[in-house]
Design a protein around this ligand. Structure first.
Ligand code: NDP
Ligand code: DGY
Length: 328
């Protein structure tokens, strides 16, 4: 039981955007200690910092497992993650201990969908290569087949995981003149009608799509889903885009598919590990565009995520309804 008047302790694993910090200070009910940096907290500091905390504010780069929960001890009532993805949280352990979890769905959907479309177009139309050629003198003249890529008009797009972000991506792609929108997942969705989406088995999606966009969550079933067998079923003119989590893809198999010309190109906003080492083989390929996990990176989105994470945390500490609670 919390002693009357004694502030509850919050540990934040990172400096978060000011919107969230202001909400926490204004509430006046908690004492915040944080890893005051833009860089991830070292594990040993996390294990020390979380001791005795009632609330933990974390990021997708923090693995919150039994060791962290043990280090926190029995005070811990709520974990609030500054992300919609929660594959970094040991949900079974958290549930067993009766700890509540807050996350940030919806508020980052538009930003992430927008980035996915940008990555798809950049990859399919070879924008990074083109920019490099302008700078390195490779642009000699207008040439009929130089830097040609693939267009969305008349194409078939396959979305793996038509959730909040998958639907928002589909809504943005359809107006480019997409002829057919396929999707796969565990179940068909009534809202797929908004994009004229057709629910198909994964194999059908993979073999028929000109563009494959991965926007599912990372789970034991989706881990390594995009592997050698997957890439071998794709058209060799097809473009693969992943903005979900790196571990959905077997990167060695992707490298083989790209370097062997089995698929046309890939655009990744997420990799394993993150950051991807600068000497990684994928980075040697012209037909692979890799971004540093910036799907939700707009100033306003990160501010709203920060505020939502703070509100979730406070509500959890006070035993109230959270604005966005993950149902465990
Ligand atoms: P949702 O929960 O709304 O969507 C997740 C989707 O994953 C659902 O449609 C679900 O489909 C699908 N899915 C789950 N299991 C499978 C499976 N076995 N096969 C195929 N599909 C499956 O989440 P959001 O759309 O809000 O976010 C999705 C993910 O995007 C997050 O979990 C996160 O990892 C990632 N993300 C990445 C960002 C970035 O910066 N790149 C930014 C934000 C999110 P079904 O219901 O049929 O199971
Ligand atoms: C998430 O929220 O899961 C993203 O990966 C970062 O915004």
């Amino acid at each position: 039981m919390q002693a009357v008047g004694k502030p509850m302790k919050i540990y934040s694993t990172r400096r978060i955007p000011p919107e969230g910090m202001e909400i926490l200070s204004a509430a006046g009910v908690c004492e915040v200690s944080l890893w005051d940096s833009d860089e991830p907290v070292p594990r040993s500091d996390l294990l020390r910092g979380v001791q005795g905390a009632h609330g933990l504010l974390c990021l997708l780069s923090d693995k919150v497992d039994a060791e962290v929960l043990d280090a926190a001890g029995p005070n811990l009532k709520v974990i609030s993650t500054l992300s919609v993805g929660f594959d970094h949280l040991a949900i079974d352990e958290i549930k067993k201990r009766g700890i509540r979890v807050g996350y940030t769905p919806d508020v980052l959907t538009d930003a992430t969908a927008e980035l996915t479309v940008a990555l798809l177009l950049a990859t399919a139309r070879r924008l990074p290569e083109g920019v490099d050629e302008v700078k390195n003198g490779g642009w000699s003249s207008w040439k009929p087949l130089w830097l040609c890529g693939y267009g969305l008009s008349g194409s078939t797009v396959g979305v793996i995981g038509l959730g909040r972000i998958g639907l928002a991506i589909a809504k943005r792609l359809v107006p480019f003149g997409v002829k057919k929108l396929l999707y796969s997942g565990r179940s068909s969705k009534s809202y797929a009608a908004e994009v004229n989406g057709e629910f198909v088995p994964l194999d059908t999606l993979v073999s028929e799509s000109d563009f494959i966009v991965v926007s599912c969550s990372l789970t034991p079933e989706t881990q390594g889903l995009c592997d050698k067998a997957f890439f071998s079923k794709m058209k060799n003119t097809a473009v693969f885009i992943n903005t979900s989590r790196g571990a959905v893809v077997n990167q060695e198999d992707l490298y083989e598919a790209l370097s062997g010309g089995h698929i046309a190109a890939a655009g990744l906003d997420v990799t394993t590990p993150e950051p991807l080492p600068t000497n990684h083989p994928l980075l040697t390929l012209k037909n692979c565009v890799v971004l540093p996990h910036i799907g939700s990176a707009t100033y306003s989105t990160r501010g709203v995520m920060s505020a939502l994470a703070a509100r979730n945390l406070l509500a959890g500490l006070q035993g109230a309804d959270m604005p966005s609670e993950l149902r465990l």
